[in-house]
Ligand binder design. Structure first.
Ligand SMILES: Cc1cc2nc3c(=O)[nH]c(=O)nc-3n(C[C@H](O)[C@H](O)[C@H](O)COP(=O)(O)OP(=O)(O)OC[C@H]3O[C@@H](n4cnc5c(N)ncnc54)[C@H](O)[C@@H]3O)c2cc1C
Length: 300
């Protein structure tokens, strides 16, 4: 039944007029221009939160397309300095050619990271679906050898996540830990929500024990609580971890975390590819459509 519902949503979404998709996605996407991203980040900064800026884009089909994404990210870096934003950037490697040519992708991300590093700006490499997990980690390790102001994402639903974390933590890797958004087969990902939450806790605990900085990226209050418990148990200072949330999601919880004095970073996606991005995310995970429909009718 759910399968059919999901299929229906995937089929139906491209028929929904663009302005409705824009209206519905408005809380989650800052806008189509860099100015939109800047405006939203300034507003968040003014309310005690920092940000990570993401230029929305599709997985590159031709290597020539990557230069556009690189140029856009270089502009974002200039804007962070010029506008004195409290923000870093998040980048997806498939946008920079990971599925086409790994060496070219490395050179592409290196251009962005080298400039960011010269401006003291941190770069987070997002994690995508399981087909590219190993390659993403490999490129990250190469980049991180040269530039320490870089970090990666591990997904708690992945069965391999703990092994990856133990291996990477030897380098005191800076993590974003999240549940994981892509639909993966049972062979590679835990399916039971409680098991994913338990694994999330195990990853945070292990990363803290190994001395890593962790961005706890969730809107699930149970995971937030687990994070707080582990922060307390490891006796961490406020500069040894942060919480992270997506733009437009559970602003009440966001406020509660900020009011309690914890660092909170908001993921701010923007860019001219917002429409293709929204449709792709829905195809990857139709559960997202439910969030959108709920948001449309103000259902929490
Ligand atoms: C800062 C940040 C960066 C991320 N980066 C990555 C990444 O690099 N790779 C990756 O695979 N995943 C990434 N994710 C997504 C993550 O993996 C989860 O899919 C997503 O956060 C939902 O999981 P949750 O922990 O919030 O728990 P859930 O149990 O899924 O959600 C808890 C509650 O939050 C609300 N909620 C959650 N997500 C949304 C949404 N999108 N819109 C509206 N309401 C929502 C729902 O009401 C839900 O009941 C990121 C998430 C965050 C917060």
């Amino acid at each position: 039944m759910m399968y059919l519902f999901n299929k229906l949503i995937i089929w139906f979404m491209p028929l929904v007029p663009k302005f409705i998709v824009r209206m519905v996605s408005k809380p989650y996407v800052a806008g189509s221009k860099l100015e939109d991203g800047i405006r939203v980040v300034k507003d968040l900064n003014g309310r005690g939160m920092c940000a990570t800026m993401d230029v929305l884009g599709e997985s590159a089909i031709r290597l020539e397309e990557c230069q556009e994404a690189i140029d856009e990210y270089l502009q974002v870096l200039d804007a962070i300095v010029a506008e004195k934003l409290d923000a870093n950037i998040s980048v997806k490697l498939t946008q920079l050619g990971l599925c086409l040519d790994k060496e070219a992708c490395y050179q592409n991300i290196r251009q962005i990271v080298a400039k960011a590093d010269s401006l003291n700006i941190f770069v987070r490499i997002d994690m995508e679906d399981s087909a590219v997990t190993s390659d993403t980690i490999e490129v990250f390790l190469r980049i991180n050898q040269e530039f320490k102001r870089t970090g990666i994402v591990l997904q708690a639903y992945m069965r391999r996540a703990l092994d990856d974390l133990v291996r990477l933590s030897a380098l005191k890797t800076n993590y974003r830990l999240c549940k994981g958004i892509y639909v993966e087969p049972r062979q590679v990902a835990y399916k039971d929500p409680q098991t994913v939450n338990d694994n999330f806790g195990l990853l945070i605990d292990t990363a803290f024990a190994m001395g890593s900085y962790v961005g706890i990226a969730t809107h699930d209050e149970k995971v937030v609580w687990k994070g707080l418990e582990l922060i307390h148990r490891h006796g961490l200072q406020k500069d040894q971890y942060e919480f992270q949330m997506l733009l437009g999601v559970d602003e009440e919880l966001r406020q509660i975390i900020v009011a309690a004095g914890h660092k909170l970073r908001v993921y701010v996606p923007f860019g001219k590819n917002w429409y293709a991005y929204c449709l792709r995310r829905l195809k990857e995970n139709p559960k997202m459509a439910l969030y959108i429909i709920k948001a449309m009718f103000g259902i929490r």
